[in-house]
Design a protein. Sequence first.
Length: 252
Amino acid sequence: MGQNFVADANTVRRIARLAGVGPGDRVVEIGAGLGSLTLALCEIGAAVTAIEIDRYLVPVLREVAEPAGATVVEGDALRLDWGDLLGPHDGWVLVANLPYNVATPLVADLLDFVPAIGRMLVMVQKEVGERLAARAGDDAYGAVSVKVDYWATAKLVGKVPPTVFIPQPKVDSALVAIERRSSPAVDPAIVPTDRLFTVVRAGFAHRRKMLRGALAGLVTPEAFEAAGVRPESRAEELDVQAWGRLARVGTD
């Protein structure tokens, strides 16, 4: 399943501490595996719902985590009915060691479709973490960086070496803290979300092109001046507000 299990007690306690959760907090954990992080979260009093896709691990996870108070759910986080799972409550916190192969689409989907999750602390491959937290002008900045910035604020809060995992990955990992904004960075009543990200994806699909070429057919030449964006700019130079202005005036 592409999972690397954390085998170091200090690391899982550190993750639980950085998550900033405690008694009464509702926490959802994805890829709970053998339950080491689950137990660390239960120890500090969080009410944990632990999700695991691997049917061979689920019995072990239940044996370890349910006596500590966790609720174990067998399922694929990319296909779950999140409304049914989380119920009517807001303010959930996601704390997870995410499998590397699903981390980016999973974070993006949760931001797009699961507003009940207000905060996340995720452990991901270092390069993925850098993309999630990147700002305009950073080397790692891309379409997913704009997506995160649209919905939330994000920052790298720690690094994790391969030596704490079994099996050991060949890359370093990073801890990323993500906090959902009270409202999106670009007002969807002014610029529909689908329109905004159609433009963003087109811009980053041809990173080496100037935007006037990459966005031909989507954004008119006159729109660049109206938006205050140089047509010679490249995608990585624009922050989410600039993308919003460009997507808005490009439809006029």
